[in-house]
Design a protein around this ligand. Structure first.
Ligand code: CA
Length: 723
C-alpha cells in the first residue's frame, strides 16, 4: 500500500509538473524508476521520455525506439565479443497462427505488443507472465479487404495508454494498467476496402494513424486524434478530392498542387487513387516535422487510373507535415506516376550525416522501387540516390531528383507486357531497416523478386478482390520452369553506406521475405530469416556471430532493452504476411516453415529450451475421380488468380499458413463448393461470399481449375517421388 501511494504521489507530481511544462525533476524520475515501484508506471511515455532516450537503456517506448526511427539500441552488454553465448531466457506462446509483424514495446519492465488480428498483450518482462490481454474481435470477413494477412505491426504508448489500429479500421485506446478500453473511434469508412496494419505514433499528445487498401480501391489519408479524448484533430488526404474542391481537410492547401497532376477522367475518381499511408512515419522534434511515406497508385495501371498520365501527387511520396495541424511543408515523390506498386511507405530513418564536409540533417528511405534516397529533411532537397538492388525500370535519378525511366517499363502506355525488377514485393518491403551511428551504416532487408505486368484491357472496377488494371501472372504448371524462376528470387541483409551510396557488406539468404532489423551499440545487427533462423552479425564487418532456431519463419524486427542490469533481445516470431499467402511454391524457397507464433526473449547464458515446432502440413491431395473439363479449368485459371490467389496461393499452392485448396474435400462436390464460394458458408473463418463478382459458372470454372491443379500435383509426385 505504501509503495502504491508513494508512487501515485510521484506520478501526480509528475503530471502536475508536466501540465506546467516544467517536467519532472531527475529525482522524481529516479524515484519512479525504482524497480519496486516500476510496474505501477503503467506504460508511461511522454515528451520528456522521448527526448531522453540516449541514456535510458531500459525502454523501447515507440515503434522505431526513438522518433528518428533508427532502431538502434544504446545497450552494449551483449556485444560482438560475447554474443555467441546468447540463449533463450523465456518465451510466451501467442494465441494466433497468422503472421507476426509487430515491434514489441517495453516500459518499466512491462512488454506491450500487438499480434495478428490486432490483439494486444501486456507481459511482465521479469516473469514472462501475462498481465492482460485485449481482443478487438475483428470480424474475420475483414480478410477479404486485406492484401497481406491479418497482421499488425505494433502499438503506441502515451501517458498510461496503449493505442492500436485494428484491421477493420478502428483506432483503440486502452488503459495500460488493465487493458480496458478508454476510447475507440472508427478511422475509415467501413463500406470501403480499408484496413489498418501499421503502428500508430504519438506526437505531442496526438495519435497519428494511417490505413491500407490501395490494391482494392481506396483514397489514402492520415489522421491525428487527441490522445486523451479520441477526437479527430486533423486529416490529410494524400490524393486530391475528385472535383479539386476543398473539403475541410488539412490537405486542402495542397489541392492547387495535386489536382492538376491527375487527369480529368479516369478510375481514380471512383477508387480514390491510392497513396495509402500504411507504414512509415518519423518525427523531428527540433524541426517539428512529421514525415510519412505514401503508397502506390490505385489501380496500379496509370492509363486506367489517370488516363494521359500525370505524376499523381502524392502517391509514392514522402510528405513532411506539421504534427499539430497536418499542414503541408514539403514533399518528395520517389516514383512519379507509379504503375508498379512502388510504394514509398517503407521505413523512414532520420540521422545527421557528414556529407561533403558538412553535417546534414537527412531523411533516408529504401522504398520498393530499389533506390536508396538521402534527402535534406528540413527542406526536402534531394541529396542523392543509388540502386541498392538490381532494377530495370529506371537508369538513375537525375540531379533534380527525378527518375530517368526505361520507356519499356511504361506497360500501360506501350500496351505490352513488362518484365520488371523489382516487382510489387519491392527491393525492400515493410520489414524495418536500422541505422547504427557508430558504423554509419544502414542495414536493409533487401530482396530480388521480379514480376510480369500485363495491362488489363477489359478492366472494370470490382466490388471484391484487387483492382489493379494488371492481369496477375501465375507460375507455369511445369516443375522445371518453376525451379528456374525460383532461382531468380533472392533475399539478403545488406549494410549500406548512405554517404558513399554503396554496399559495405551482405549476408545472402536462400529466398526473399526475411525479417526486420535491429542494431546495437554492441557492434551488432540482429535479423531473423524467413527460413526460421535468428542471426547476429558484426555491425562493422558483417561476420555471422550467432544463430539460433526460431521454430517458425521470422518477419518482424527484434528490440533490445536492459532490465535489472541485464540486456535482453526480444523478438516476435511467426510466419505469415503476404509471401506465404500469395507466392505459392515460391514461398518454400527459404524452406517449408510453419507458423508457431511466440515472443522469444534472449539473454547471455540463457538456457531455456524452445519447444519443437510442428512439421510443415504437407497437403494430402487425393484423387477425386473427377476429370475437370480442360476448357473449363483454363477459363478458371484467370478467375482463380484474380480473386483467390492472393490468399490461397499462386496456382492453388498454399504456403502453409492456411489450408491448401488442392487437398480440400470441397473441390470434389459442386454443391459444397458453391455453398462456400457463393453462399459464404465459411465467412466466419474469413472466406466471404464472392456472389457479387462470380456467377455459378465462374465458381465451377474455378473449381475445375483447382481440381486440375490437384490432379497435376498428383501426377508430378508420381513422376518425381519426394526426396
Ligand atoms: Ca501496394
Amino acid at each position: 500500500m505504501k509503495t502504491f501511494s508513494l508512487s501515485c504521489m510521484v506520478r501526480l507530481a509528475c503530471i502536475a509538473a508536466a501540465l506546467h511544462l516544467a517536467g519532472c525533476t531527475d529525482a522524481q524520475k529516479g524515484a519512479e524508476q525504482d524497480p519496486e515501484m516500476a510496474p505501477l508506471r503503467h506504460g508511461w511515455v511522454d515528451e520528456q521520455e522521448m527526448a531522453s532516450l540516449e541514456d535510458d537503456l531500459g525502454v523501447w517506448p515507440s515503434y522505431g525506439r526513438t522518433y528518428s526511427e533508427q532502431r538502434f539500441s544504446p545497450a552494449s552488454k551483449i556485444n560482438a565479443a560475447n554474443v555467441s553465448r546468447l540463449g533463450l531466457s523465456w518465451y510466451f506462446d501467442l494465441d494466433t497462427s497468422r503472421g507476426q509483424e509487430a515491434t514489441p514495446l517495453i516500459v518499466d519492465g512491462v512488454i506491450y505488443l500487438s499480434t495478428a488480428w490486432s490483439m494486444v498483450k501486456a507481459i511482465d518482462a521479469r516473469t514472462g507472465d501475462l498481465i492482460w490481454s485485449y481482443d478487438p474481435e475483428v470480424p474475420r470477413k475483414t480478410l477479404v479487404k486485406a492484401c497481406c494477412d491479418a497482421v499488425n505491426r505494433g502499438v503506441a504508448l502515451w501517458k498510461g495508454r496503449v493505442y492500436v489500429g485494428s484491421l477493420d479500421g478502428r483506432l483503440i485506446a486502452l488503459d495500460a494498467k488493465d487493458g480496458s478500453v478508454a476510447w475507440s473511434v472508427r478511422t475509415t469508412d467501413a463500406g470501403k476496402p480499408y484496413t489498418i496494419t501499421g503502428a500508430p505514433r504519438v506526437i505531442k499528445g496526438r495519435v497519428i494513424i494511417g490505413n491500407s487498401g490501395a490494391e482494392y480501391g481506396v483514397r489514402g489519408y492520415i489522421s491525428a486524434y487527441d490522445a486523451e479524448s479520441g477526437e479527430l484533430d486533423w486529416r490529410f488526404y494524400t490524393t486530391p478530392s475528385k472535383d479539386g474542391k476543398p473539403e475541410g481537410a488539412a490537405s486542402d492547401s495542397t489541392l492547387a498542387m495535386t489536382y492538376p497532376t491527375w487527369s480529368k477522367g479516369g478510375v481514380w475518381r471512383e477508387t480514390g487513387g491510392g497513396g495509402t499511408v500504411w507504414d512509415a512515419m518519423a518525427y523531428d522534434p527540433e524541426l517539428d516535422l512529421l514525415y510519412v511515406g505514401t503508397g502506390n497508385g490505385g489501380p496500379w495501371n496509370r492509363e486506367i487510373r489517370s488516363p494521359g498520365g500525370g505524376d499523381n501527387l502524392f502517391i509514392s511520396s514522402i510528405l513532411a507535415l506539421r504534427p499539430d495541424t497536418g499542414d503541408y511543408v514539403w514533399h518528395y515523390q520517389t516514383t512519379p506516376g507509379d504503375s508498379w506498386d512502388y510504394t514509398a511507405t517503407q521505413h523512414i530513418i532520420l540521422a545527421d550525416l557528414e556529407m561533403n564536409g558538412a553535417v546534414r540533417k537527412v531523411l533516408m528511405q529504401a522504398p520498393k522501387n530499389g533506390f536508396f534516397y538521402v534527402l535534406d529533411r528540413e527542406t526536402g532537397e534531394f541529396l542523392s540516390a543509388e540502386p541498392f538492388a538490381p532494377i530495370n525500370w529506371a537508369s538513375h535519378i537525375d540531379a533534380n531528383g527525378r527518375p530517368v525511366e526505361n520507356p519499356m517499363a511504361r506497360y500501360p502506355e506501350t500496351g505490352k507486357d513488362w518484365t520488371a525488377m523489382p516487382g510489387p514485393p519491392g527491393a525492400h518491403n515493410w520489414n524495418p531497416m536500422a541505422f547504427n551511428p557508430d558504423t554509419g551504416l544502414v542495414y536493409i532487408p533487401q530482396q530480388e523478386v521480379g514480376f510480369v505486368y500485363t495491362p488489363e484491357a477489359d478492366f472494370e472496377v470490382r466490388d471484391r478482390g484487387f483492382n489493379l488494371g494488371v492481369i496477375h501472372p501465375h507460375l507455369p504448371d511445369d516443375a522445371a520452369l518453376v525451379n528456374q524462376i525460383g532461382k531468380t528470387l533472392k533475399g539478403a541483409l545488406i549494410a549500406w553506406d548512405p554517404v558513399l551510396q554503396k554496399e559495405a557488406w551482405r549476408h545472402q539468404y536462400p529466398g526473399p521475405g526475411n525479417g526486420g532489423v535491429l542494431t546495437t551499440a554492441g557492434n551488432l545487427v540482429f535479423q531473423g530469416a524467413a527460413g526460421g533462423e535468428l542471426h547476429a552479425f558484426a555491425a562493422d564487418t558483417g561476420e555471422l556471430l550467432w544463430s539460433a532456431p526460431a521454430g517458425t519463419g521470422v518477419i518482424a524486427p527484434p528490440i533490445s532493452y536492459e532490465l535489472d542490469g541485464e540486456q535482453y533481445i526480444a523478438w516476435l516470431v511467426g510466419w505469415g504476411g503476404a509471401f506465404p499467402l500469395a507466392a505459392g511454391e515460391m514461398s518454400f524457397l527459404s524452406g517449408k516453415v510453419v507458423n508457431a507464433s511466440r515472443l522469444l526473449v534472449f539473454k547471455l547464458g540463457g538456457g531455456k529450451e524452445l519447444p519443437e515446432s510442428p512439421s510443415f502440413p504437407e497437403p494430402a491431395i487425393v484423387s477425386h475421380n473427377v476429370t475437370p473439363v480442360l476448357a473449363q479449368a483454363k477459363a478458371g485459371e484467370r478467375k482463380y488468380t484474380q480473386y483467390c490467389g492472393m490468399c490461397h496461393g499462386d496456382s492453388a499452392v498454399s504456403g502453409g499458413v492456411i489450408a491448401d485448396l488442392r487437398a480440400s474435400g470441397a473441390i470434389a462436390d459442386e454443391e459444397v463448393w458453391k455453398s462456400i464460394v457463393l453462399d459464404g458458408a465459411l465467412s466466419g473463418l474469413g472466406m466471404v461470399s464472392f456472389a457479387s463478382e462470380l456467377s455459378e459458372e465462374d465458381a465451377e470454372e474455378i473449381r475445375a481449375y483447382v481440381l486440375s491443379r490437384a490432379a497435376s500435383s498428383i501426377d508430378r509426385n508420381e513422376a518425381q517421388p519426394a526426396q
